[in-house]
Every structure is written in C-alpha cells, then in structure tokens.
Design a protein around this ligand. Structure first.
Ligand code: CP
Length: 296
C-alpha cells in the first residue's frame, strides 16, 4: 500500500477525508488498532514527527517498535533497505520511514509487503507535514483555502515541506508562492503544480498573502554556501515583515525553528499571528488518521 508515500499522488478527496478523520480524532472519536504493531524507522533525527507518529499509534492502541541510527546495526554499515527488512521480517503491520534518501521510502515500499508511510524523504517530500499544514490552514480559514495565497519564504530549494505543501495546498485550490533569491529556489527545471509562482522580492512575494510560512535553513543538506545562508537570513519573518502581507495574515513554520533567524521568536509566540503550535497539535491527529487509513 503506497497511500502516503508521495504527496503528489494524494487527490483532493483523500486529502479532505484524512483531514476530516483527523478532526474526528481531535474531537474525541476513537479507533482500535490494538492488534497492530507499527515499525518506526528513522535514519534522520526528528522530534515532532517521531513523537507524534509514536503517540498516534499509542492512542490507537497499537504497539510501536523504533529503530534509529543509535543502538542499531545501521552504525555497522547495514543498508536502509536491509534495516527495513529487520522490521518487515519480524512482522510489523506498517512502517514509518524518515530518511535523507530522496526516494528511500519508495524503494523500501517496493521491496516489502507492508504499508510504508513517508515521514520525510531527503528534499523531496513530507506528506504528513503537508496534511497537517493544510488542516491548520483549513481550521483557520473556515474550511476554505480555495483562492487563498500562501507565501513560503526561506530555503525552499532544500525543503521537503515545500514540495509536500506545493502539491497538497494547490489541490485544495490555494495559490502557493515561493519567495526568495535565486540561490534559495529550486532549479527552474523542476516541475511544480501550475498554481505555484516564484517571487525574488519579499515585498512582492508577501503582497496580498493570506498566510506566510517561514522555513529553517537546511544546513544539513548542503556544504559551504555562505551566499545561500546570507540570502535566507536577509528574509527573516518578524512583526515588521509580516506587515507586508494582507492585514490579518497568519504565520506558519514546520519547525524546528531557529528563533530570530528565519522567524523572530516574538512572532512565533504571538498568537495573534502564529499557527505554529496548532500545526504541532494537529500533527498527532493527522498521523492517527494516516495509520487508520493504511491499516484498516
Ligand atoms: N517538521 C518536522 O518534520 O519536524 P521534526 O524534524 O522534528 O520531525
């Protein structure tokens, strides 16, 4: 089952059904996956994605087995695929994979018989993040982001969150803007949905935006790029720059954030603007809905 491997493969109906079910879980609905064992396979560090997948499984009554670089044979040079087979050969019912390899979860899914959920793959995708961001925006905009403009600012070139959001938010009718200097943007040859536009200038990119998403500089994905770091730091989102967007515009960030680098800590904590903490809360319920969808 490849339901949540690629954001581009999620259609509007599936996105809306997942968010609807996540809301039911948020409202206290229960489901029973107590006969299931879920494998979490994290080749990269994570705080919120790992915790919320783990908590989502626990809330559904499932048992969880975690494998990461520390304390496993990954450190002895075992490949990601062979490591995944340790879990599948022991009979897990579903597997959640985070990796720096762009098509790592898809490669694993092609080689084992249980559903694989992509929990972040290289620079290419992060479907659960895209879904929880969409849920948070729909909550805020009374269930309708058709025609809304979401400006994403920062290290877009190296962001899997951007690629997930570009597919999921545009399927819901939103217009997504990539805002940044050339060094910060993906190669012009990369394909994105039609409703994605590029803006070099912060003023132009934020003008009329209903929501602004700031991104962390993904230092772990490139070497020695002072040009890129300087370009990202020059476009920090704070109380002054958010004023370039539409009055009442809200701010998001997939986190972890570097306070006072790509976003000011004061803005992130200002609930008149910030949806950051709601994004984190919604992650749990989206991941419960994802587990139920792949294992029911
Ligand atoms: N947003 C996100 O993926 O955060 P973590 O790296 O902490 O999981």
């Amino acid at each position: 089952m490849t339901l949540f491997l690629h954001s581009a493969a999620l259609d509007r109906k599936r996105i809306e059904a997942t968010i609807e079910r996540a809301r039911e879980f948020r409202d206290g609905k229960r489901a029973d996956l107590s006969d299931k064992i879920i494998g979490l396979l994290f080749f990269e560090n994570s705080s919120r994605t790992r915790v919320s997948f783990e908590m989502a499984g626990m809330r559904l009554g499932a048992r969880i087995v975690f494998l990461g670089p520390e304390g496993s044979s990954i450190k002895k040079g075992e490949t990601e695929l062979d490591t995944a087979k340790v879990l599948s050969c022991n009979g897990v019912d579903a597997m959640v994979v985070r990796t720096s390899v762009n098509d790592g979860p898809a490669q694993i899914a092609a080689s084992i018989d249980v559903p694989v959920i992509n929990a972040g793959s290289g620079v290419t995708d992060h479907p659960s993040q895209g879904l929880l961001d969409a849920m948070t925006l729909l909550d805020h905009f009374n269930d309708d982001i058709d025609g809304k403009t979401i400006a994403i600012v920062g290290d877009i070139a190296h962001s899997r969150v951007v690629r997930a959001n570009a597919h999921i938010l545009t399927k819901l009718g939103a217009h997504v803007r990539f805002v940044g200097a050339d060094a910060m943007l993906p190669d012009a040859s990369e394909d994105f949905p039609r409703n994605v536009t590029r803006h070099a200038d912060l003023k132009d990119g934020l003008d009329g935006a209903d929501a602004v998403m700031a991104l962390r500089i993904q230092r772990e994905r490139f070497d020695n790029r002072p040009d890129l770091i300087a370009a990202c730091e020059a476009l920090s989102i704070n109380h002054d720059t958010i004023a370039l967007a539409k009055p009442g515009a809200v701010v998001l960030h997939p986190m972890p954030m570097n306070r006072d680098v790509e976003i000011s800590g004061a803005l992130a904590d200002d609930l008149a603007y910030s949806l950051l903490w709601k994004q984190m809360e919604n992650g749990l319920f989206i991941r419960m809905a994802m587990f139920e969808a792949v294992m029911s």
